[in-house]
Design a protein around this ligand. Sequence first.
Ligand code: MRU
Length: 364
Amino acid sequence: MSSDAGPATRVTPYVYSAGRLRLLDQRRLPHEEVFLECDSAAQTAEAIRSLAVRGAPLIGVAAAYGLCAEARRVTARVPEDLDVALALGAERLVSARPTAVNLAWAVGRMRAVAAASANGRAGERVLRLEEEAHRIAEEDRLACLAIGRLGAAWLHARWSSLSGVPSVLTHCNAGALATAGIGTALGIVRVLAAEGPLAVLADETRPFLQGARLTAWELRQDGLDVTLLPDVAAASLIARGRVQGVIVGADRIAANGDVANKVGTYGLALACQAHGVPFLVAAPTTTIDLATRDGASIPIEERDGAEVVALRLPGGASVSLAPAGVSALYPAFDVTPAALVDAIVTERGVSGPPHAEALARFLS
Ligand code: MRU
């Protein structure tokens, strides 16, 4: 990972201090900036499950701090219970969401620190856990900067003969609200925007509306313009030459380069292939899972169909969008085959199809 220079963001999705994790409640954006207090692993797991906090790298960071909060809570009462509490908390956190591998990865790192300090005093062990959580967050922050630079350079090389202002499209939110830094896909967007004129298009991303509520909000926070699209408009705009690159994040990248990301990503990749538009996946190496052979082996989270048939309003009430009793299917992620991904941009380099060899090298 190279130097620390690069664009910054005003967005702060979490704050941790002395056993208290405060998470910007993303269910309430863009209307309200409210922080949710988590003093335990159970509360943090519920925040992850309910999408108060979301985005693959950020749920890993939140889980790491959730375990710190748990450690502080238990140590203040019954220090002998620390190991049992950490084991239970880790289990709860990992099962909160199944697709993003960063969650299990971060919890694994915290558990390794707990195991390595098993003979220490409880207070000392809590400090070791907090140091590790800070390290996980800092590594992610630096990874975002490196991804931003590498992805921007890759696109500039592809755009060398382009005239006019390039337009990039992103899906869901892979930004500062999903990481401990400037974002992965939006990290690339931020670097490109700092370097020259750029038009940014964002899919609204039904049904949780990460694009409309979160991507638009965070880019506006940093003074960047963004144009929203209904998801269903993306393919025709790609076909009409209105998009010069699609940049998305990832929740898990299998060993063969297949990519799980927010549902709707696969369709964008197909449209890009059909019309010769670059399709980029931006993710830290913590999203690569060499233990998962291919996309078919990635667990895809199925969320409650109620999230599709009803729209959540500011304040928590909801309004139904379909007749009473209609059921809905909601796979939250889809898998894009490696062959459709022109570039996987990580902090350790950019891989091109067929990806498998480069991904293994990045992790070696
Ligand atoms: O359900 P979400 O909002 O957690 O889904 C998030 C995504 O699909 C992101 O693209 C992915 O986690 C990468 S975030 C850098």
